[in-house]
Ligand binder design. Structure first.
Ligand code: HEC
Ligand code: HEC
Length: 470
């Protein structure tokens, strides 16, 4: 488990001078500004925020591109065109951006359209509610879907915000932000979903649309729904008059539109939290928030920032509150999940069963991608299996997992069955750095008062903060 150790001994929160090269991971954040300027030139000085979306999207890591050549990639990659319908190439910049803008509008309409689902009742927004940072409005462990709207899922719904920064999945991730040293192996990192099994938003969107326990649709049904939708004409205008001739072409265009919508900066990565204002010197944290931040960063206490990065990257881009590493933290088994009624079933994250390419690779078992903590206070369900429903419970888990394991895992005949959701042969994969470095008899990582302060700090990560008028 060398890579795991390396990740944590090197993820420090020290600031060092900016490296010459730009971090691959955060490149897109700067791109958005560049695109904005470009659009201002293209579109007669009044860029619409929505155009930035898709445009930034075309160059982001969700496309699997990692280079730092913004405009080139955005404008010359065939991916930036509405290729599903074979749109003629050779468009001007303004045309490309107008196209992206229209695709964003379409993607948004589809995101909220239940007619794409097999039941006719479920849209992306059913599970990804915009008022809750695109997580569910209810507090169920997992959501219920399917053609009859009665089939439970197996994982909690993650936020869709700040995904633009997720790098494509890599077994060995090298990032210049690690002490400015790209030779450091940060271990398995990136990819979308809890196990990092897809890299692009379009490939991801295919999963819920076709999943038997989510939207339970088919490319044919989706194509029929779009043809009958109020936005069918707009869809034809963007993707060409033949887009409805072949259901697979239609389906691909739908996926691309959804992916484009998900890259709208003002919706999905606005960086408008109190903490962002604090980093910019425009807000003061309360005493509790400040104390919580210190506990969060303290390598001997929470050590949270070693995975949930809290400081600006060396290129100055804002922290994502995740390094997007895949990590095993030993979350207790959620016995309320339907899949877990089978005692032989284990959701092992990166080594399967949802993800299939790393099956049989024992070193990936139990690993789930570190989620961003931005907007975490808006969530009602936490961890990949949805076992907890309050930040207090999550904090208690971090603070007391090792000092008081009986509070989290089943006790059978007086013995605690620790890590009951990970078969013993994979325990070597569990992270052992602070806060996971204690044992029974030690003091918990946080007292109850400290837990309150950490939660107060997490509350500063919610977007849409308005300075109080004085
Ligand atoms: C029934 C609830 C449900 C619906 C409907 C749903 N999702 Fe999700 N979404 C989930 C769950 C659960 C996950 C995590 C899946 C996993 O880890 O395997 C997820 C993950 C994602 C992710 C990856 C997030 C990350 O952190 O990497 C994206 C992007 C996404 N969904 C977009 C969509 C889009 C677009 C739609 C509509 C086409 C949609 N979802 C419909 C439940 C849902
Ligand atoms: C070693 C890396 C690591 C450290 C250190 C760490 N986390 Fe996490 N965090 C994760 C991973 C991985 C998950 C997802 C685990 C899962 O669901 O299996 C997670 C999940 C969470 C969640 C739930 C988010 C959600 O959307 O479900 C919260 C809240 C959280 N961490 C806060 C903290 C705090 C506070 C600390 C410090 C006390 C901390 N983390 C330390 C890696 C880490």
């Amino acid at each position: 488990m060398l890579q795991r150790l390396v990740r944590h001994s090197t993820r420090t929160q020290t600031h060092s001078p900016m490296p010459a090269g730009r971090s691959r991971r955060y490149g897109h954040v700067l791109l958005a500004a560049g695109v904005l300027a470009l659009l201002a030139a293209c579109d007669g000085g009044k860029p619409q925020m929505e155009s930035v979306d898709g445009a930034a999207h075309g160059v982001s890591s969700l496309n699997g591109t990692t280079g730092a050549k913004p405009m080139k990639i955005a404008l010359s990659s065939p991916d930036s065109r509405a290729d599903p319908a074979g749109q003629p190439h050779g468009q001007s910049r303004a045309e490309v951006y107008a196209q992206v803008r229209r695709m964003t509008v379409l993607g948004k309409q589809m995101f909220f359209d239940p007619s794409l689902s097999g039941s006719g009742k479920m849209s992306c927004a059913t599970c990804h509610n915009p008022n809750r940072a695109f997580t569910p409005a209810n507090a169920l462990d997992v959501q219920i879907g399917g053609t009859d709207m009665r089939r439970p899922g197996m994982r909690a719904v993650p936020t869709l915000k700040y995904l633009q920064a997720v790098p494509p999945f890599a077994e060995h991730y090298h990032d210049s932000d690690d002490e400015g040293d790209e030779s450091v192996d940060a271990g398995p990192t990136g990819g979308l979903t809890w196990d990092g099994r897809v890299d692009r938003g379009a490939d991801q969107a295919r999963i819920p649309l076709l999943s038997s326990f989510e939207m339970a649709s088919t490319p044919r049904k989706v194509a029929d729904a779009v043809r009958a939708a109020p936005y069918a004409d707009a869809f034809r205008e963007v993707f060409g008059e033949h887009v409805f001739d072949d259901e697979n072409v239609t389906f691909k265009a739908v996926l691309k539109s959804l992916e484009t919508f998900e890259q709208s900066p003002e919706v999905f990565y606005p960086y408008t939290s109190k903490y962002d204002a604090y980093l910019a010197g425009k807000a003061t944290l309360t005493r509790a928030e400040m104390h919580g931040l210190q506990l969060f960063n303290d390598e001997k206490k929470g050590n949270c920032a070693s995975c949930h990065i809290s400081q600006r990257a060396k290129d100055g881009s804002p922290p994502q509150f995740s390094d997007f590493g895949l990590i095993a933290v030993g979350v207790p088994r959620n016995r309320a999940l339907a899949v877990n009624r089978d005692p032989r079933f284990f959701d092992l994250g990166a080594c399967g069963p949802e993800r299939t390419d790393l099956g049989g690779r024992a070193e990936f078992c139990g690993l789930f991608r570190t989620p961003t903590l931005r907007n975490v206070a808006l969530k009602k369900t936490f961890f990949h299996n949805g076992i907890y429903h309050s930040l207090e419970d999550v904090m208690r888990f971090y603070a007391r997992r090792d000092t008081n394991p009986e509070e989290f895992y089943p006790v059978v005949r007086g013995k605690v069955r620790k890590f009951d959701d990970l078969p013993r042969q994979y325990w070597a994969n569990l992270n052992t750095d602070a806060p996971f470095d204690r044992q029974p008899g030690d003091a918990p990582v946080f007292s109850d008062a400290e837990i309150k302060d950490v939660i107060a700090f997490l509350g500063t990560l919610t977007d849409g903060w308005q300075p109080l008028a004085h």
